[in-house]
Every structure is written in C-alpha cells, then in structure tokens.
Design a protein around this ligand. Structure first.
Ligand SMILES: Cc1cc2nc3c(=O)[nH]c(=O)nc-3n(C[C@H](O)[C@H](O)[C@H](O)COP(=O)(O)OP(=O)(O)OC[C@H]3O[C@@H](n4cnc5c(N)ncnc54)[C@H](O)[C@@H]3O)c2cc1C
Length: 384
C-alpha cells in the first residue's frame, strides 16, 4: 500500500494531486522515514529545526502558501506515516502562517511568509491559556493600546514550537468585556522584549511544546493582523481550514499501522498457521480498512469543499477531524494488538504511532467540541 494512495479518493482530486501524492510519498519514505525517533525533548527540538530547514528547501510548505488544502492533506498523510514529528513541523508552519495569509495585513505577510514557507523561520500559534482551552473566548492575555504599540501581558500554555519558534501568532484581548469580540491577533517575533519562554512541556511522543509569558511586551500596531476584535474570527477561520489536515495526519498514521499489521499478520505463525488466517484477526483488519476508507473520504471531501473557495467549512471539517482522529486511534490500537508484544516495543513504528496519534483527538479542538459544532449546525439547519 502506498501512503498516501490517491486511488480511493481520486473523485476528490485533480490530476496534479495524484502526481503530488506520488512525489511526496516517495520523498517521505526516502528522506524522512529513516530518521530515528529523537530520544528526548532537547533532541526533538533540534530535530524539528533541522526538519523545518530540510522540508522548506524541498518545497513541502508550498501548498500552505497556495492554500491548496487537498495537497496539504496529501502532504500530512505522507509525513504522519513516516514521522509524526515531521508532521507536527508541517502542521505548525500552516497554523502559524495561515492567519497572515487570511488577514489584510500586507506588511506582516511580506516580512514572514516567504521565510516561513522556505523553512527559514519557524511559526507558532499561541491561543490556549490555563483558563482558555476549549473555551477560547475566555482568553485573559491582555493587549493594551499605548500610542503606536500594544503592551501584552499574560501567559500561554500547550504551545507547539514554544522556545524554538521565530515568531508567534498570538491571540490576546484588546477588550475583555467584549469576550470573543474583544480578541485580536498579533504577530510577535520571538525576540520581542518582554516575551519569555517559560518551560518545555514534555509529551510521551516527541513534539516540542511549552509555555510562554508576556510581561509588558511591546508590539508595534503594524503587527496586528486584523481589525481590533476580529482575532477570534480569524482564529476560527484558520482552524476551519486546517482541521481536515489533522484528519489527514490521522489517516497517515492509520494507513501505516494497517500496513505494519498486515505484514505481521501474514508472517507471524501461531498454532501452526499465520495469524492472518484466524477470523478474529481478519475481523480486525476488515474494520481497520473500512474505518480508514471512511475517514479518508470525509477528509478529502472537506478539503475539496475548502478548495472550491467555500467561505465556511466548519461542519465538513469538524466531521472529518472527529471521525478520522477517533478512527485512527482505534486502527492504531488494533495494529498494536495484532503485533502482540512486538507492537509495544518503543522502537517499533506502531508503538511510535500509538504514542503520537492520541494528541490528534485533543489539539485544534477536541472531539467533543467538533461534535458540538456538528450538532449546532444540525439544530440550526432544522429550524430554518
Ligand atoms: C500536543 C498538543 C499540541 C498543542 N498545540 C497547541 C498550539 O500550538 N497552540 C495552541 O494555542 N494550543 C495548542 N494546544 C492546546 C489544545 O488546543 C487544547 O489542549 C485543546 O483545545 C483543549 O483544551 P484543554 O486542554 O484546556 O482541555 P479542556 O478545554 O479543559 O477540555 C477538557 C475536556 O473537557 C471537554 N469539554 C470542554 N468543554 C466542553 C463542552 N462544552 N462540552 C463537552 N465537553 C467539553 C473537552 O472535550 C475535553 O475532553 C495543544 C495541545 C496538545 C495536546
């Protein structure tokens, strides 16, 4: 099985996507997959920077600049199957850069986008706080206007690339009383005085994460991406566009797990025959393949709709992210079960995926929040 295999999703692709899938799959298998998993957080941080440069030079981030969501999904499928860390590098380049592509602020685009797409500047997206996880409107980091500057005070947690990013897309409140309508978005360079990397947060799968804090951090007014109070909408529009790509990463991890499980089931003999001949193993394989197919169809449908220029893809993206990430969790878990003891060895690709896949159900909006988005839309539609 090729990963990504454009065959089953061809109805949603154009000719150029099929050749792109082939190129990206081959490049990931050749240049990314052989890299060993970094042994600790410090090594993961160094590897992430090296991957950024390598992937930027190879043109991996170009689909982000073009806002070509089907290509972004194909890229994430290929990367996630080969290296969840490389996939995270791609995901954060998209998340931190897309707000600049969507906002009218030309100065910030000119300053950062070429460097981000070329892999010369690492992006980060700083939204979450201790008091504002799923409830983004509760953001307490304050941005107070002071002449030609804003002065930022507050702290952010669970920020990917914290401590290694070159710039942060920061969401802060310019009017606390206005809630979501008081949130604004800013580009804050990593070397801005008053911005501090507080500490790393260590995951079981390599993924640079951490806390940052702002203490009287002065940011020029030119760094505000949208009008005051439009930062929440910009953040949600960004997440709408990228949630299908999280589903694609889940599909990449699930596809690789299925490949590993099939190979093991054919080769491993117990009770005198390959375990693939036991119907209980076959039932698992059938369920894995069917769930994966359904997940990919939802993901590429959502990306296709976004590529048609739809203003809102919240419903399709939420369905794709929720279904694909939940399905991938089950598929990777079944792969571990089919592999038996071999599947929980830290060095095995399936164990690596087992540790990595879990975060996809949490970041960029938990499954429960996706379900709220879906149900909210259903209920609105049924009253019209
Ligand atoms: C690996 C990783 C990387 C991340 N990277 C970033 C990043 O780069 N930038 C960034 O800003 N953030 C990042 N995050 C943060 C992530 O977006 C949040 O963790 C996520 O939005 C959930 O917030 P929380 O952890 O505070 O959980 P909470 O919001 O406290 O949720 C806890 C549980 O309650 C449930 N829940 C909450 N509200 C409701 C509700 N209304 N109805 C039903 N259930 C509900 C949730 O679904 C969840 O199961 C990252 C997180 C992880 C794990």
């Amino acid at each position: 099985m090729k990963i990504p295999d454009p065959g089953p999703i061809r109805a949603f692709l154009e000719e150029r996507h099929a050749s792109f899938a082939g190129e990206m799959g081959a490049l990931a298998a050749r240049a990314i997959a052989p890299k060993p998993e970094p042994p600790d957080d410090a090594a993961a941080r160094r590897d992430a920077r090296a991957l950024l440069a390598e992937m930027g030079a190879a043109g991996w981030f170009e689909p982000i600049r073009r806002q070509d969501w089907r290509s972004c999904c194909l890229a994430r499928e290929a990367l996630a199957a080969s290296s969840p860390l490389a996939d995270a590098v791609f995901a954060l380049q998209a998340l931190g850069t897309l707000p600049m592509l969507l906002a009218p602020n030309a100065a910030m685009r000119e300053r950062w986008v070429a460097d981000a797409i070329g892999g010369r500047a690492m992006a980060a997206f700083a939204m979450t706080e201790h008091v504002a996880g799923s409830d983004v409107a509760a953001i307490a980091t304050a941005a107070r206007r002071d002449g030609r500057h804003y002065v930022l005070n507050g702290a952010k947690t669970y920020i990917s690339n914290a401590g290694i990013a070159d710039f942060y897309t920061v969401f802060a409140s310019t009017d606390v009383a206005a809630g979501a309508k008081g949130i604004s978005a800013f580009i804050v360079p990593a070397d801005a005085p008053g911005l501090r990397f507080v500490r790393p947060q260590i995951l079981s799968a390599p993924h640079p994460l951490g806390e940052i804090a702002f203490q009287d951090c002065r940011v020029p007014t030119e760094n505000r991406l949208e009008e005051e109070g439009r930062g929440f909408a910009l953040g949600m529009k960004t997440l709408d566009r990228l949630r299908a790509t999280v589903g694609a990463a889940a599909c990449g991890m699930a596809s690789r797990s299925l490949v590993e499980a099939l190979e093991h089931a054919r080769g491993r003999r117990q009770f005198g025959k390959p375990i693939a001949e036991f119907q209980i193993t076959q039932q698992k394989l059938a369920r894995m393949a069917t769930d994966l197919m359904a997940a990919r169809l939802l993901v590429y449908r959502a990306a296709w709709i976004a590529d048609q220029g739809a203003e809102r893809v919240a419903l399709e993206a939420a369905m794709a992210k929720a279904f694909a990430t939940e399905a991938a969790q089950r598929i990777v878990d079944d792969a571990v079960q089919i592999l038996g003891g071999a599947g929980v060895m830290a060095s095995h690709p399936v164990d690596r995926l087992y540790r990595a896949v879990r975060t996809l159900r949490i970041y960029e909006g938990t499954t429960e929040i996706q379900h709220l988005v879906i149900a909210g839309q259903l209920l609105r539609d049924s009253t019209e």
